[in-house]
Write a protein that binds this ligand. Structure first.
Ligand SMILES: Cc1cc2nc3c(=O)[nH]c(=O)nc-3n(C[C@H](O)[C@H](O)[C@H](O)COP(=O)(O)OP(=O)(O)OC[C@H]3O[C@@H](n4cnc5c(N)ncnc54)[C@H](O)[C@@H]3O)c2cc1C
Length: 509
């Protein structure tokens, strides 16, 4: 019997980084619905304690503090320690980060970091540079299938043994797998304003949940404070690194918005800056980023400068609003990417490893992908294999579900209103009551192969929004990115309490 492949869903940094660590003897198939995930967009950089006056323990402390002490100290310590060696390996393999004339790494500063520790490449094109670098290293044992959407995983005898996908022409395909890895990214696409790529709609969370995997911390969704929105369209992210180099948030009168709000001012943790901006917006103010103080703006932030010129925006008045950015929660994994379903692994933004707590520290996401890709690859090569049951090819079944899926714009409008930056019991309850019949129907729909690609995506969006709302309803406190106006303070009794949802152990309302 020939060796079965490992199937990876996604082609972002976490997927490509795993490939780098898998033996060339192992057949690999990587499948994605699009090659343009969030990894290509990452601007600020990747965090690592490389500075002369920096230390791993200081990185751990900043990560723990930014995450409002909800993070897992063991996972965070490992992230900061192994992060340095993971980045160093990338450099040793030939990845070029920005350096000064003496060849020393240029380290940037971002919100809630106590030191300069952000490595960047091409100024503000770190994601693009790392992705181009990793793409060139994809070897011949890898088969790529672009333009195919994951429908569901195959579970046999309690283990994941393959996946079903659908291509653009509606053909359903079946892949047998030694193991399946989800590297499907986050869910910013649930919201009308997002920094995320088109198509990042939380599919991995929904499919994993349907397969019986446990999800945790789904109430912790980060909003980036400074999305540039022009004529009501999101036109590009203004990286936190811009504030790190001296830009400030101002209102229409030119007054500073963050003065007196937090000791770190414009570099306060993201949740605080995002909420402050949102509250000002709700009072009718217009908010801007004033980047005139930033030295050599065009050289340091070439992509943002291109966007600024394209949109004819003034450097002193870049229009901003918060936008859905990053999911801290996700498919619960151990420190080797193993989910609660044997044979199913998760890495990158889709995984809940415990490193981000209630609020991700800037530039820790690319780092998480690099560190956990190495660990997940180790597990993939060494874990006992799932039972070799031959998988039967999928035939398309006409799918009937009496519940009508909301349109994208209906769902996004409701998501923004009820599970956005500021939440409360009544609003969450009404959202859950509205969505529950649809979400439950699609959670339990046995066979989704008859759904169109659009219906598949919308059913995933409905399931994920519902899971976020249930978790947010359950957590009766405010912590990090989860803010409840009816419980505006953090509570000791909720410290380190993780809300886990699975088909077996539901936190459903
Ligand atoms: C604008 C922006 C700037 C950022 N800047 C930074 C930064 O400076 N530093 C930092 O650390 N982090 C940053 N982040 C966060 C970081 O970029 C992401 O968290 C990270 O890149 C996620 O990588 P990933 O591999 O998990 O997912 P992604 O890169 O998002 O890739 C997901 C992949 O899964 C595929 N996929 C999804 N669903 C399906 C499906 N149903 N079927 C098939 N394929 C599917 C997608 O097509 C895609 O290929 C930024 C994010 C954004 C949006």
């Amino acid at each position: 019997m020939s060796k079965r492949p490992i199937v990876i869903i996604g082609t972002g940094i976490s997927a490509l980084a795993i490939i780098n660590f898998i033996s060339k003897e192992q057949p690999l198939i990587i499948i994605s619905k699009s090659d343009r995930g969030n990894s290509w967009l990452a601007q600020g950089g990747v965090a690592g304690a490389f500075g002369k006056r920096d230390s791993v323990s200081s990185h751990v402390k900043d990560t723990m503090n930014a995450g409002c002490h909800h993070g897992d100290i063991q996972a965070i310590t490992m992230l900061a320690e192994e992060g340095v060696s993971s980045i160093q390996s990338l450099i040793d393999e030939g990845m070029i980060f920005d350096c000064d004339n003496q060849g020393e790494l240029l380290l940037g500063r971002e919100g809630a970091h106590s030191s300069r520790r952000i490595l960047h490449a091409g100024g503000d094109q770190t994601g693009k540079k790392i992705m181009s670098f990793l793409t060139k290293r994809v070897s011949s044992n890898v088969t790529r299938r672009s333009d195919e959407t994951l429908i569901d995983v195959r579970i046999e005898n309690g283990a994941c043994t393959g996946v079903f996908t659908k291509d653009r022409d509606g053909r359903v395909k079946t892949y047998e797998a030694e193991a399946v890895v989800f590297a499907t990214g986050g869910c910013g696409g649930l919201f009308p304003y997002t920094s995320n790529s088109e198509g990042i709609t939380g599919d991995g969370f929904a499919v994993a949940y349907r397969a019986g995997a446990a999800l945790s911390d789904m109430e912790f969704l980060q909003f980036h404070p400074t999305m540039c929105v022009h004529e009501d369209q999101s036109v590009g992210l203004l990286s936190e690194a811009v504030r790190g180099e001296g830009a400030t948030v101002i209102n229409q009168d030119g007054d500073s918005v963050m003065d007196g709000v937090h000791p770190l001012g414009d570099l306060a943790p993201r949740d605080i800056v995002a909420r402050t901006i949102y509250e000002r917006m709700m009072q009718g103010e217009e908010l801007y980023l004033d980047a005139r103080n930033v030295q050599q703006f065009a050289e340091r932030f070439p992509s943002i400068e291109d966007m600024r010129r394209r949109e004819s925006l003034s450097l002193g008045m870049l229009p901003i609003r918060p936008a859905a950015h990053f999911m801290m929660g996700g498919v619960k994994t151990d420190l080797y990417g193993r989910t609660t379903v044997p044979g199913l692994y998760a890495v990158g933004e889709v995984a809940r490893t415990g490193v981000h707590g209630a609020n991700r520290l800037a530039s820790n996401s690319l780092l998480e992908a690099l560190v956990f890709a190495r660990r997940t690859a180790h597990a993939l090569m060494n874990d006992p294999k799932t039972s070799r049951v031959a998988i039967t090819p999928k035939t398309v079944h006409p799918t009937f579900c009496s519940e009508k899926l909301p349109t994208r714009s209906e769902l996004r409008e409701m998501v923004e209103k009820h599970i956005g930056i500021i939440r409360d019991r009544k609003s969450l309850r009404s959202f859950v009551d509205w969505l529950k019949p649809v979400a439950e129907a699609y959670i339990h729909l046995e066979d989704r192969s008859g759904l169109s690609l659009d219906q598949l995506e919308r059913s995933n969006m409905a399931i994920v929004s519902y899971l976020i709302a249930c978790s947010a309803y359950e957590r009766k406190e405010s912590r990090g990115a989860h803010y409840r106006s009816d419980f505006p303070k953090s509570s000791r009794s909720w410290e380190q309490v993780e809300i886990t949802q699975s088909m077996k152990q539901a936190a459903m309302l």
